[in-house]
Design a protein around this ligand. Structure first.
Ligand SMILES: *Cc1c(COP(=O)(O)O)cnc(C)c1O
Length: 384
């Protein structure tokens, strides 16, 4: 109904209508496990049992699908539950190609859970298209892209990698968590499935764990929906309600995240204590041109920087920041900072970490929407 409207309009209205019984403007929390039937098998819409369908969740599913320009949306209990539903499309003997600095939990799911069922994978630097092409085998059924990547903020050309994957007959999934639907819509660039950890920008207030899948293809969507119900990792009604509240402000939040991050990245680049700043919006980012091509309206709220002086320098900086809270996760209104080698990426062996470029001097900023002058002052004081 709202598919031809602008992003902000869809964010506020798509999937939602005043409650038919009271006119309540907000979609109620349908905290119910089952629905009364008029006669055996005679149900209202598709509501028979709440694992299969829930009106609060459905409103959110339609809302998020609309934000990604997709026809089908599915909500899960977490981003990783959503990922698992994608991998459940595969069978024993199938192979996955994924980008090398993929989210650690995504790698763990493939390496520790699905590998034991005979689903194999190859990690490849997807900024290298020849290497990407060579990573596919006759058994590859899924190509998994994440861009910007975590924590190195590499930008992968979604259109180019999708073209390679399609030629090999693989389904393309894009983890769009870091960009959010505000900045990037992978379905329009050739992807089949978009994943969000709604725990991050979509939720935006560090108070919900959740995941979403969006697809256009009816058959893929049907198979994912089957898994959502059959495996059962659904999103709860209350979390769906909170996320409906969050998507309404997603665009204004992400705009501010981008503005603040761009200023802080430029500030960091001028500091003598900083060896290197990685921010896709800066002209010195190796894939800035691709970011410019496939993202719109900004380059996200994440910055990665390397401090001169390695671990001791990084440790003392992280102990001294005050407004930036030292914590895992990202995408909330409050600024967070973390040390990938010790915190989020500790499960990757040091040699591989170093090979990927996750050095001991590396820190990752999730820039919030506070006053940027205060954030810069905090960084300045902690560096000196
Ligand atoms: C956090 C995150 C996930 C996992 O999501 P959860 O909601 O924590 O399960 C997946 N991908 C990316 C890029 C993430 O940042």
């Amino acid at each position: 109904m709202h598919h031809n409207k602008g992003f902000a309009t869809r964010a506020i209205h798509a999937g939602q209508r005043p409650d038919p019984t009271t006119g309540a403007i907000m979609t109620p929390v349908y905290q119910t496990s089952t629905y009364v039937q008029q006669s055996p098998g005679v149900i209202i819409e598709d509501y028979d049992y709440a694992r299969s369908a829930n009106p609060t969740r459905k409103a959110l599913e339609e809302n998020i699908a609309s934000l990604e320009g997709g026809r089908h949306g599915l909500m899960f209990a977490s981003g990783l539950a959503a990922l698992a539903a994608c991998v459940h499309l595969l069978q024993t003997g199938d192979h996955v190609v994924l980008c090398d600095d993929v989210y650690g939990g995504t790698f763990r799911t493939l390496d520790k859970v699905f590998k034991q069922f005979g689903i194999t994978y190859t990690r490849v630097d997807m900024t290298d298209l020849d290497a990407t092409d060579a990573a596919f085998t006759a058994k590859t059924k899924l190509c998994w892209i994440e861009t910007p990547t975590n924590p190195l903020l590499k930008i992968i050309d979604i259109e180019a990698v999708s073209r390679i994957a399609k030629a090999k007959g693989a389904i393309v999934g894009v983890d769009n968590t870091f960009a959010s639907p505000v900045l990037q819509n992978p379905l329009a660039l050739g992807a089949d499935i978009v994943l969000h950890s709604c725990t991050k920008y979509i939720g935006g207030h560090s108070d919900v764990i959740g995941g979403a899948l969006i697809a256009n293809d009816d058959d893929i969507a049907q198979r994912l929906k089957f898994t959502q119900n059959a495996v059962g990792a659904i999103m709860a009604p209350w979390d769906s309600f909170l996320l409906l509240r969050s998507t309404k402000t997603l665009q204004v939040r992400v705009q501010r995240h981008c503005e603040n991050a761009a200023k802080i990245a430029d500030f960091l680049a001028e500091q003598p204590q900083i060896e290197r700043v990685i921010y896709p919006g800066r002209a010195d980012h190796p894939q800035h041109a691709i970011a410019k091509k496939q993202m719109r309206g900004g380059y996200g709220g994440m910055i990665t920087a390397t401090l001169k002086g390695g671990l001791p320098a990084a440790r003392s900086f992280l102990e001294r920041v005050k407004l930036f809270s030292l914590a895992e996760s990202l995408g909330g209104v409050e600024s967070l900072i973390e040390h990938p080698a010790i915190m989020t990426h500790a499960s990757i062996d040091k040699p591989l970490r170093e090979a990927l470029g996750i050095s001991d001097g590396l820190v990752r900023f999730s820039v919030g929407i506070e006053d940027v002058a205060d954030l810069i002052e905090d960084v300045r004081e902690a560096l000196n």
